[in-house]
Design a binder for this molecule. Sequence first.
Ligand SMILES: Nc1ncnc2c1ncn2[C@@H]1O[C@H](COP(=O)(O)OP(=O)(O)OP(=O)(O)O)[C@@H](O)[C@H]1O
Length: 420
Amino acid sequence: MITTKGLTKVYESRGRQVTALDGVDLHVREGEVFGVIGQSGAGKSSLIRCVNLLERPTAGTVTVDGVDLTALAGRGRRANKDLRAARTRIGMVFQHFNLLSSRTVQDNIELPLEILGVSGAERSRRALELLDLVGLGDKARAYPAQLSGGQKQRVGIARALAGNPKVLLSDEATSALDPETTRSILQLLRDLNQQLGLTVLLITHEMEVVKTICDSAALMRKGRIVESGGVTELLATPGSELARELFPVGGTASGPDRTVIDVTFHGDSATQPVISQLSRTYNVDISILGAAMDTVAGRQIGRMRIELPGRYEENVVPVGFLREQGLQVDVLDPAELAAEAAAPTGLVTSAATTAEVVGGTADGDTPPEATTAADTDAAPGPDSAPAADTETEAAPEETAGKDPAASADRSPALVKENAK
Ligand SMILES: Nc1ncnc2c1ncn2[C@@H]1O[C@H](COP(=O)(O)OP(=O)(O)OP(=O)(O)O)[C@@H](O)[C@H]1O
């Protein structure tokens, strides 16, 4: 449904070039929820903004629902009409909602339809239908300032759906919300994905988001996709960084000359007493350093970090036994494990702190979804004068310092032992 090939974005900033996207190949299948995760500055926002041509890519192609958007954009101003039409099939949800504070909830949802020239009666019918869909049927006449963050995001989602899109792009849609509201918005996105067959591409710095709703995920680093795949496949992939972050277990070796192993249990293997069998069969004392059970992509998965006495060379046979039982086994390198304990790994750092760059497109063609305003907290009631609908545009200072190099790039402790 969404395919990018060799997608590259180079910004010119204060006389220097910043490569935000460096040849990204992405494929999002129809009807799936696909999450792109990465540290601040990895290029996630640039990616999602290039997918709907809010940013004009420097090179590469973007195809959405069979339409090559980059080819349309390349045809100059006359292409605007075609590009706009194609963009109606793509909805976008923003971290800071981007609702017009002077318009009611209903009028905010009607805005993209107004731009598309839909008649008043039809706009109204559609907006009320969408409000019901997002659970805000009673808020049509309210103003954004009178809503909670979660309700504002529901309005943002309803607005994104106004043009009946097949694809929804979500730019950190839950990053400004508390954990409970985050869960309810993720559930809404999942419901919409299932009810409407909507394909969702979301970017996030929160692994919990990937864990909760994504069918597939990609890890971005320094403008590149370094790992991607179905979430359940990733969990079954030895050495997968994403899997390890999706499902972390802690624990370090109790001393030198120990073999530390992460064992992952999927499906039936979770019910077999393999650890006690291993201990009995090889007469080996096993210490459990850490363990966790979790539901990832709707499947129960268990992971355990265990320690065997002796170095790996002395434990090749017991490790082989675990693999024969159908378990996924990752042998950890002691030195890197110690480094991991000193500086825990993290694909992502803290919550996104950098301001979004919202507003005009690279070619000055702002799609309906992006014709948005700062959502001020002044409560403009029906009688008050409309607040200025100012578009927010991040100041250069706000985007400065988002250099990927500034983000600590801490490597995982996994030994690619399985690749040997
Ligand atoms: N308009 C711009 N002008 C110049 N450089 C930019 C611009 N937008 C982004 N960048 C740079 O491109 C790189 C990727 O930024 P991008 O915002 O895409 O990353 P991100 O992964 O979304 O980060 P965050 O999670 O902090 O939003 C960074 O080095 C950033 O400073």
